[in-house]
Design a protein around this ligand. Structure first.
Ligand SMILES: *Cc1c(COP(=O)(O)O)cnc(C)c1O
Length: 230
């Protein structure tokens, strides 16, 4: 891919974000764009950085590690895929935020590995808002709140918000419902846990980011619309 093409794609995405923000009566500069670089080579990361993107996402720990350890630019990298406990040790070396916490055991492992090297980790809790079997995330609200209470006792983890992957469908109503559910849960959490620094609502990918903006997302995770299909 040429940088010119990437810059065009970025411009188109920002235009679409702008239109969706106007429609929803929101400020477009409160919405962050993440470049999802999974399966793409390091050169794409450098190119995206040169084009002005500073926030990156990967879904596999070892792939991310091999790639980003070589990068000499100060990017913010998030893990957006499922974390297995035995990879927490590697995860704490490269990620600034793990967006996919959906189990207490994973949270504990991550907290332990953070303590070993004296750092903290921002986390998002992942919610399964679509009900699809193949997706990760908390399914029941009660499970989510119970786990959040326990996570608050893990001093090296900093819960910052929520993440979801929208339903795999062309049905726009279903996508709206999924994202609006997450937004409500986000607001409820902020209200019930006033001390928490809950600021991030990560939802929206290449196929549904405009709907996500309309429903209140402030972090869009985009791969295909930037770099082409994988
Ligand atoms: C791959 C991936 C994305 C980006 O998907 P695109 O459709 O390529 O934009 C976003 N979020 C998660 C969790 C992913 O795994």
């Amino acid at each position: 891919m040429e940088i010119k093409e990437l810059k065009n794609n970025i411009e188109t995405i920002y235009e679409n974000i702008g239109k969706a923000a106007v429609k929803a009566g929101r400020q477009k500069d409160e919405i962050r764009l993440m470049a999802v670089t999974k399966t793409f080579p390091l050169e794409y990361v450098s190119m995206a950085y040169s084009a002005g993107l500073k926030l990156f996402g990967e879904n596999r720990v070892y792939e991310a590690y091999e790639k980003y350890i070589q990068l000499d630019k100060p990017v913010e990298l998030h893990l957006i895929g499922h974390l297995q406990r035995n990879k927490a040790k590697t995860a704490v070396k490269i990620f600034e935020c793990v967006e996919s916490i959906d189990h207490m055991e994973t949270a504990k492992a991550l907290d332990k590995r953070c303590k070993e090297i004296g750092r903290t980790m921002k986390i998002l809790l992942e919610i399964n808002t679509s009900g699809e079997e193949s997706k990760h995330g908390f399914r029941a609200e009660s499970d989510y709140f119970k786990t959040l209470d326990k996570i608050l006792l893990l001093t090296s983890l900093k819960p910052m918000g929520l993440m979801t992957v929208g339903p795999l469908t062309d049905d726009k109503t279903a996508i709206h419902e999924s994202f609006s559910f997450l937004k409500k849960l986000f607001e409820k959490t902020k209200k019930d846990y006033a001390d928490l620094n809950f600021t991030t609502l990560s939802m929206g990918m290449s196929g549904d980011y405009e709907i996500a903006v309309e429903e209140g997302s402030n972090l869009l995770r985009i791969g295909t619309a930037l770099f082409g299909s994988r």
